[in-house]
Design a protein around this ligand. Structure first.
Ligand SMILES: Cc1cc2nc3c(=O)[nH]c(=O)nc-3n(C[C@H](O)[C@H](O)[C@H](O)COP(=O)(O)O)c2cc1C
Length: 103
């Protein structure tokens, strides 16, 4: 555990105030540590990071469907707000994608 508390408002604000990020049961904020991909793929790392995020998002939808849950991925995010909330710098590690899930 990094931080304990009720962070619904913080995450929803970082998702352009989309209500589902406030009312969902669980929110996932996926980040990338750029160097973990860049050492191997150099400038192509960004392409692969976004492709990876897409694969993660699709698996997120498949698992939610299998568990009979409602899910939505969110790309409309304020990067800086979510990065500040998570305590990451947006350069070495940055928010890429969000997934919200609930009944
Ligand atoms: C990359 C990406 C970003 C998305 N961002 C948002 C978003 O910010 N807000 C939202 O309501 N839905 C978002 N969605 C969900 C889509 O609007 C849509 O509901 C979802 O892809 C399922 O589409 P379907 O119901 O037509 O199959 C996003 C989907 C993807 C793939």
């Amino acid at each position: 555990m990094l931080k304990e508390g009720d962070f619904r408002s913080k995450v929803a604000e970082g998702c352009l105030d989309q209500t589902m990020a406030y009312t969902s049961a669980v929110n996932f904020v996926w980040t990338a540590v750029i160097a973990r991909s860049q050492w191997k793929y150099l400038q192509r790392c960004y392409r692969y990071i976004y492709l990876d995020a897409g694969h993660i998002g699709q698996n997120f939808y498949l698992v939610a469907e299998a568990l009979n849950l409602g899910a939505c991925t969110i790309g409309a995010i304020y990067d800086d707000e979510l990065n500040n909330f998570l305590g990451i710098d947006g350069k070495n590690e940055t928010t890429i994608y969000v997934g919200v899930v609930g009944k």
